[in-house]
Design a protein around this ligand. Structure first.
Ligand SMILES: Cc1ncc(COP(=O)(O)O)c(C=O)c1O
Length: 411
């Protein structure tokens, strides 16, 4: 039995090496800090690896732009940075047009601003449709807003693996729904929502739609413009490799920008901000969705992560991401299912984001033990181990090693 098992493992390892050999994105791995070369890092869905270009950029921003040029740097680039990085992100990863995306606040703050804007634009309605299994910050921000504005939330209770469907949303839509707010890719299961179908259904009911793109930005060709989505937010520190706490982004479709307004009337969102005039007059276009001074160092570093994503190209990134998760599921079937794991992600590749979830009663403990054998992954309540397979930096051998070591720990 042991000999059969070893032979099967050898075959899988050979396949991993073959897939790595044919991987056109493999060359990008050297553009990221390696740290411990033996570490198997499978947590790119939490925090992307460090692009080497970010190290030079930090040094340049801190030494030259801050150290030498001081406040003059605001005029020579810093003030434009949220829109500049937003435009690069829009073109390379989101499928949005110039002037539709900003990179400035955290995802949480961006979500608050845009959900508020949507409720305000539909003030005659008082219902939000959301997913009871969505990421905590999304649920809490919506709960807070509902309390603030006297609105109510209709929660979708979806299958934990398949996530919210068009049918779930349609069943809750009526003329009182102001906003449908969902994640594009589920943070636990990796399920991809039908963004175009849900948007069309919400629009038929007269509601606005806000998608959280944290787990799809940089790995799925989102094509925001063609989906018809009204509003979107996301972070840059996962697959976009922007660094810990790097600023999030927000998207407001061009034709809505003047029709909606956001609640934080900061000076950066004012028309002619340097006039310091009395009374608030909103800036034109996407700048009206800014607030105060963004963290320039973090934003500059995030630009390097977005740049490297743009260089690799979303078509290649998505293709590799599908190949990585497909291989992970093959490994699951031969190594993990026999040890009592359940697959916590959809099997159909089009319905899956860039991480895979393996469920096990001892999941939390196994994630700790994995770390002690050189594999970094993460755990999500109640029983889910996530392997985040960032396509820029994850090899097929990494996936193999992660699954083999997990199987050995559980056996
Ligand atoms: C779906 C989703 N939304 C929001 C966040 C976090 O928001 P913030 O960047 O404001 O901490 C995460 C973090 O993992 C997330 O997965």
């Amino acid at each position: 039995v042991d000999r059969d098992r070893d032979r099967a493992r050898d075959d899988l390892r050979d396949r991993a090496l073959e897939l790595d050999g044919a991987d056109e994105l493999a060359r990008f791995r050297d553009r990221f800090a390696q740290g411990d070369a033996d570490l198997v890092y499978l947590n790119g869905n939490s925090l992307g690896r460090l692009p080497l270009a970010a190290i030079d950029r930090v040094s340049q921003v801190v030494r030259e732009e801050w150290g030498d040029d001081l406040s003059r740097s605001f005029g020579s680039g810093w003030v434009d940075l949220p829109v500049r990085v937003g435009n690069l992100l829009a073109a390379s990863a989101l499928g949005a047009r110039p002037g539709e995306v900003l990179v400035a606040d955290s995802t949480t703050v961006a979500l608050y601003k845009l959900a508020w804007a949507a409720l305000d634009a539909r003030a005659e309605r008082s219902t939000i449709v959301a997913d009871s299994d969505d990421f905590p910050t999304d649920r809490y921000v919506l709960e807070g807003l509902a309390a603030e504005r006297g609105a109510q939330i209709r929660w979708i209770s979806a299958d934990a693996i398949a996530g919210p469907s068009l049918g779930h949303v349609e069943a809750l839509l009526d003329s009182d729904v102001a906003l449908v707010c969902l994640s594009h890719v589920g943070y636990r299961s990796s399920a991809v929502a039908d963004i175009s179908g849900i948007t069309a259904a919400a629009h038929r009911a007269g509601a606005l739609v806000l998608f959280d793109l944290c787990h799809s930005a940089g790995v799925i060709e989102i094509g925001l413009e063609s989906t018809g989505v009204d509003l979107a937010v996301g972070c840059t520190y996962k697959y976009l490799s922007g660094g810990p706490g790097s600023p999030g982004f927000l998207y407001v479709r061009r034709d809505l920008q003047e029709r909606l307004s956001q609640p934080i009337w900061g000076w950066w969102s004012r028309h002619d901000m340097m006039s310091m005039g009395h009374g608030y007059e909103r800036a034109a276009g996407i700048n009206a969705y800014l607030g105060g001074t963004p963290g320039i160092i973090g934003l500059s570093v995030a630009e390097e992560g977005v740049r490297i994503t743009a260089e690799a190209g979303l078509t290649a990134l998505r293709a590799k991401n599908v190949a990585l998760t497909t291989f992970a599921i093959e490994l699951f079937d031969s190594l993990l299912a026999p040890e009592g794991f359940r697959l916590g992600s959809p099997r159909e590749s089009a319905r899956r984001g860039a991480h895979v979830a393996f469920c096990h009663r001892g999941g939390r403990e196994l994630v700790h033990r994995l770390e002690s054998v050189g594999v970094v992954s993460d755990f999500r309540m109640p029983d889910t181990i996530r392997f985040g397979l960032a396509p820029l930096t994850t090899s097929f051998v990494d996936v193999y090693e992660g699954c083999v070591r997990l199987a050995d720990l559980a056996s």
